[in-house]
Design a binder for this molecule. Structure first.
Ligand code: FUL
Length: 718
């Protein structure tokens, strides 16, 4: 028995008890009021255009594959002409859609978009609309259907299927023609019917892709002529879209013609989108290059960017590109510059002549998957103490921790009148890191205009980066820093920032691939991007190791040579991927004739960043004549358009040779396919011929005007 319980309670103690009771009830009432206040803190209102459910679902896919496969694979072209006979060449020896899907799945991709029909017009399924399809190819005696095989493989591997169907059809006789009432029979009876077949026969389709290349030369049922169309009106997109959405309500439409639909091209095929990347756009009519690259801060529609690039220079398979497959550092650059910048990454595999993804391409894609997995394995922000400068209505629902809870449906946000603010992530002890990732909750619109990140190093804040837009996902890379806290500050936003995720990583450092160039003299220079690494190289085609010859100064060679080089880090013992360049004869004795401008030598200086343009007075066809200094056994030439200006890019050419600069014979003529979107080295081969002078005649350019430019011209000797 305790003494206190026996004692009679005093007046004071009764009063005290009553006071406690009263305070307890008051506190209860208060708490429940706060509770109901908290429950009432409303989510921010959306700002500007917002994504549709389909667009959000698409954005969350992040990474998927393109497959380019057609008659081009067998004719070694980038753009097939639509020649009827080419169908007879389509004969993969070991077609394996299961392998395509397996490689894509193992590479971390979520879907596959296949060229059901490319510009040649050849269809990979037995369409009813044309005879120009697999049904008239020797493959499976005309009984095959690649889209059906791929749809099945995608299902097996849990991948989504997408369809590329080229509006431009270089085979079809009615392409580009109009009926007397102004309607387009090709669009009504062929193109739309083909879309309908692809969207009804093969199950769910997540994306449909309408390329912007349109009109020009073609076979057109044997007419072999040039057809021009107005790409904004000819296809009657409004009705085409209606039909598509009716058949596949969950689809997203990518279109680079006329009115934009759900997704936009980012203005380049090199694998990056602008650092400033708004998912907004003014969707009607033609869109400027700048708007494609950066979106538009106050655009009228939500049209996010999709970054498309090929794992090789070309979109279709060419054996000569077997040694040109993107290296790991190159692929990682694409990775960080695509969905690391609020885009999606669409990486292309050119299917080879056997009908499979080439082993080298598979290896490269798997290496990328491995490196990404390693880089993003441990999120240092998870479960760390995090505080915010402002929390919306002081509500737990919108607290700082919502940005690091791993739940994409929750977010940290501020009061309506607070458009700036910071989050501090406290690691408790110093941590090393070099990657920062942030995501906006895009369902409420894209809001952030600028932000900074800082690290607390030895008690002082150091700025690591200062950037602009975030969007669905932004990833920043910077040199490794060791710090105890990270501060993420939104410095400007359209409205209260809404951040669904912040992550911090420490990715392993990669050695960049060395660059190899050859000057006009024949001198070969090899450079590494950092000073610490050593360079080793070979000139006989063998794979270099750190036991190969060490590079210390430029190497002189005048003959044809294959140079391979690695950067080697002596500290870690690690090597970069192998850089690989093939050079033909040195251009030491070459002179460009008839041009009174020293700068013209830029086109044979071995530096792809220098260029030369024909004087403005020069009209098409414009030619350039090179004296090779002595007779050579020629079997081809190469042309690289200006890498600095999107102008003067030759599309149609003639190439002639001469022994005396008087009598000329044309040895090759034709087009540089897809050079506008993919301004790479154009390689043309012809029957070997001896000559001392060569002439490249530009007949047409991408802009259909008289500007003609060159970064480099080279020959291929036997
Ligand atoms: C380009 C096309 O012209 C290429 O051939 C390729 O299909 C690429 C994806 O788009 O514009």
């Amino acid at each position: 028995m305790r003494f206190e319980s026996l004692a009679k309670p005093s007046i004071e103690s009764i009063q005290l008890k009553n006071m406690i009771k009263v305070n307890f009830y008051a506190a209860l009432i208060c708490l429940s009021m706060i509770g109901s206040c908290l429950a009432q803190v409303k989510a921010p209102r959306p700002v500007g255009p917002t994504p549709t459910e389909n667009q959000v679902r698409w954005q969350e896919m992040e990474y998927y594959a393109f497959i380019h496969f057609s008659t081009n694979t067998f004719t070694d072209q980038e753009w097939g002409y639509g020649e009827a006979d080419d169908a007879k060449l389509f004969n993969p020896t070991n077609l394996d859609c299961d392998q395509w899907a397996r490689v894509c799945k193992n590479s971390g991709m979520k879907g596959i978009i296949v060229t059901a029909k490319h510009h040649s017009g050849f269809c990979l399924w037995p369409t009813e609309t044309t005879e120009y399809s697999v049904k008239n190819s020797p493959w499976k005696n005309g009984k095959g259907d690649i889209i059906a095989d791929l749809a099945k493989a995608c299902k097996k591997y849990g991948l989504k299927l997408g369809i590329y169907i080229s509006p431009w059809d270089r085979n079809h006789p009615s392409y580009g023609l109009l009926d007397s009432d102004g309607s387009a029979p090709y669009v009504k009876n062929v193109f739309r019917k083909q879309i309908e077949e692809c969207l009804t026969l093969y199950g769910d389709v997540f994306e449909i892709w309408f390329d912007g290349a349109n009109g020009g030369d073609g076979y057109y049922g044997g007419a072999r002529t040039s057809r021009k169309i107005d790409r904004t009106t000819y296809y009657d997109w409004v009705n085409t879209y209606k039909m598509i959405r009716k058949i596949q309500p969950k689809i997203v439409i990518w279109n680079d013609n006329g009115d934009r639909a759900d997704l936009r091209w980012v203005g380049t095929e090199s694998g990056y989108v602008g650092e400033i990347n708004w998912s907004l756009l003014n969707a009607k009519g033609e869109v400027s290059h700048d708007m494609l690259a950066h979106g538009l801060e106050n655009g009228d529609s939500w049209v996010p960017g999709e970054v498309n690039t090929s794992i090789r220079p070309g979109w279709f398979y060419h054996e000569y590109e077997d040694s040109r497959v993107k290296t790991l550092p190159e692929l990682l650059r694409v990775y960080y510059s695509s969905f690391g910048r609020n885009g999606a990454m669409l990486l292309n595999f050119p299917i080879d002549k056997t009908g499979r993804i080439h082993a080298t391409d598979e290896k490269a894609a798997l290496e990328l998957a491995g490196a990404v997995k390693e880089a993003f394995a441990v999120d240092l922000a998870t479960k760390m103490k995090v505080s915010a400068s402002n929390v919306r209505g002081n509500s737990k629902q919108f607290g700082a921790d919502k940005a690091v809870d791993g739940d994409k449906s929750t977010y940290w946000t501020t009061d309506d009148d607070v458009k700036t603010g910071s989050l501090i992530i406290d690691f408790g002890a110093p941590k090393a890191f070099n990657r920062f990732l942030a995501q906006e909750y895009i369902q409420l619109g894209q809001r952030v205009k600028s932000f900074t990140i800082e690290a607390l190093v030895n008690g002082k804040w150091e700025q690591l980066d200062k950037q602009t837009t975030i969007g669905y996902k932004r990833i920043l890379s910077f040199p490794t820093v060791t710090a105890s806290k990270l501060r993420f500050t939104i410095t400007e936003a359209k409205a209260s920032p809404v951040i669904s995720n912040v992550s911090i990583y420490n990715a392993p450092q990669l050695l960049e691939i060395p660059s190899i160039t050859r000057a006009k003299t024949g001198e070969i220079a090899i450079g590494a991007s950092d000073k610490e690494s050593q360079i080793f190289y070979t000139l006989d085609g063998s794979v270099p190791t750190d036991k190969s010859k060490r590079y210390t100064h430029p190497v002189m060679t005048e003959s044809k040579v294959r140079v391979r080089a690695i950067a080697h880090d002596p500290a870690s013992g690690k090597n970069s991927p192998v850089a690989d360049e093939q050079f033909d004869i040195a251009r030491k004795k070459w002179t460009i004739l008839g041009v009174d401008d020293d700068k013209v030598n830029s086109i044979i200086d071995g530096n792809k960043n220098t260029d030369w343009f024909q004087p403005q007075s020069k009209k098409m066809p414009a030619s350039i004549v090179i004296d090779l200094g002595e007779q050579q056994n020629l079997e081809g030439f190469r042309y690289l358009p200006s890498q600095n200006r999107n102008a003067g890019i030759i599309t149609n050419y003639q190439f002639s040779v001469s022994s005396d600069n008087k009598q000329w014979s044309i040895v090759d003529q034709g087009e540089f396919s897809n050079i506008r979107n993919n301004p790479l080295w154009q390689i043309k081969k012809f029957t070997a011929v001896k000559a001392r002078y060569v002439k490249l005649v530009a007949i047409r350019n991408t802009q259909e005007n008289d500007t003609v430019g060159y970064a480099e011209i080279d020959v291929i000797t036997k």
